[in-house]
Design a protein around this ligand. Structure first.
Ligand code: ADP
Length: 449
């Protein structure tokens, strides 16, 4: 960055220098031309007086290499020329300056001289005898001027380059120093500070990215922690039915069970196995939901019909536990994932039956307005203490572990429900009172958003 800034400043310095040089040379050149013309005019006046007094003898003493001097008689014939043989020169009457001098006593002109192959300034003066004295000088070319200035120009170029190098490197350092000194851990501390005004948007960007990174990091850590906990819980949950099964089997194997106890033992083994099956099924469902690999597709479906089906399949369990199951509401057509909707209704109704009293009731209600479909599962069961109402959605969280086990719970039903609701971008709410019952309210968008 330093060298880039340095190069930029240097380029600007050189361009400014060249531009100034061009202007100075142009102005100097026009001034120099004017000066040359004035000088020529004065010299012509002086020489004219000399010739008027001394005649041709004036030229004999003359020692000039800068001027071309021509003396012309009143007919235009060249009487004398210090540079070109006067014999070879033609009539000069038609020359602009000569014409003017004859007419006005004095004349000037400038033109390209074919004879001398230069641009010349001419000035002519009429003498008292009618003859004309003309002086001319080569107009100094620009490069002559530049050459004359060469030495100071070279010195100035070196001084300018040296100064701009020193200034540019200082400037570059001054610009980059505050940037290099930024503590990227605390970009916020530079907001509003004098040297950092221009790069404040950059600082804000860095700060925002830092926060985002931190959040991402926290989320990754949190997810890893949840996974770790989940794995530990899964192994723990799997172990107990497996231990029970192998324990009962061992007793049977060693003939330690009386003949009349064999049946209850076999039933226990079957119950533990089915617990194991539900657990494995729930774990698989949850893992699929977690990874989004459940091949689900959005379909047109009706939540009321889905609720009817779920209730049908739970009817026998409800009857066994002497719980009354009621469905009310209206048809609720929606576009959603039918399998997930089924697991939502099934899990909520299953819980409402399991955590109910004998003779209790479960009221399932489906309703719909323009873009929201609502499911309410209300029971007259044991209720959930206030402090547990949020936690029941955690994996493997149970208010009463032994009761959950007794009714064949896995501790995963509500986690699956919550996940399925969130996949639909829906929301959920629990209203519950210990001893009176609970109501789970799920609100889902009728069309996916
Ligand atoms: P489980 O398989 O144990 O039922 P869930 O995730 O479905 O697991 O529920 C977690 C816990 O929340 C249950 O163990 C229970 O303590 C409590 N719970 C869930 N639903 C109800 C309900 N309708 N009434 C009372 N307690 C409930």
């Amino acid at each position: 960055m330093n060298s880039k800034i340095l190069r930029a400043i240097w380029t600007v310095a050189i361009l400014v220098f060249l531009a100034s040089l061009f202007f100075i040379m142009t102005i100097s050149y026009s001034y120099f031309t004017l000066f040359q013309k004035n000088l020529l005019r004065n010299e012509t006046e002086l020489a004219a007086q000399g010739v008027a007094i001394s005649g041709k003898a004036f030229f004999d003493e003359l020692n000039t290499s800068n001027y071309r001097i021509t003396w012309i008689d009143h007919d235009g014939n060249v009487l004398y020329d210090n540079e070109v043989d006067s014999e070879k020169l033609g009539n000069h009457l038609e020359r602009e300056e000569v014409k003017l001098a004859i007419k006005n006593g004095y004349g000037e002109s400038d033109r390209y001289s074919n004879t001398l192959a230069h641009r010349q300034f001419y000035s002519a003066k009429k003498l008292p005898d009618g003859s004309i004295l003309r002086l001319s000088i080569v107009q100094a070319a620009v490069w002559t001027l530049v050459l004359g200035f060469a030495q100071p120009i070279v010195i100035v170029i070196f001084i300018a380059l040296f100064l701009s190098f020193v200034l540019a490197s200082r400037l570059a350092k001054n610009i980059t120093k505050p940037i290099n000194e930024i503590d990227l851990e605390n970009p916020e501390s530079y907001y509003g500070k004098k040297d950092y005004k221009e790069i404040e948007p950059l600082l804000r960007h860095i700060s925002a990215q830092k926060i985002q990174l931190k959040r991402d990091q926290e989320q990754i850590e949190q997810t890893a922690l949840i996974r770790q906990e989940f794995t530990a819980n899964v192994s723990h949950e799997l172990k107990s039915p497996l231990h029970a099964i192998s324990g009962y089997a061992e007793l049977l194997e060693n003939g330690l069970v009386r003949a009349e106890d064999i049946r209850p033992f076999a039933r226990k083994i079957r119950e533990e196995s089915s617990r194991l099956t539900s657990l494995v099924e729930d774990i698989i469902n949850l893992t699929k939901l977690d990874s989004g690999e459940d091949n689900r597709t959005l379909e047109s479906c009706d939540l009321y019909r889905i609720a009817e089906n779920a209730i049908d399949s739970l009817q026998s369990t409800a009857s066994e536990l002497d719980v009354n199951l009621e469905l009310s509401g209206t048809k609720a057509p929606m576009v959603a994932y039918p399998e997930l909707l089924h697991s939502i209704v099934y899990n909520l109704c299953d819980n409402a039956i399991k955590y109910n009293h004998k003779g209790g009731s479960v009221f399932v209600k489906v309703s719909q307005d323009k873009d929201r479909t609502t499911l309410s599962v209300k029971d007259t069961g044991i209720g959930i203490p206030k402090e547990s109402q949020e936690r029941v959605f955690e994996r493997f969280y149970r208010v009463d572990k032994s009761r959950s086990k007794e009714v064949g719970g896995t501790g995963l039903g509500l986690s699956i429900t919550k996940h399925a609701v969130l996949v639909h971008r829906g929301s959920f709410k629990v209203v519950s009172e210990v001893g009176k019952g609970s109501e789970f309210i799920i609100i889902l968008p009728t069309q996916p958003t």
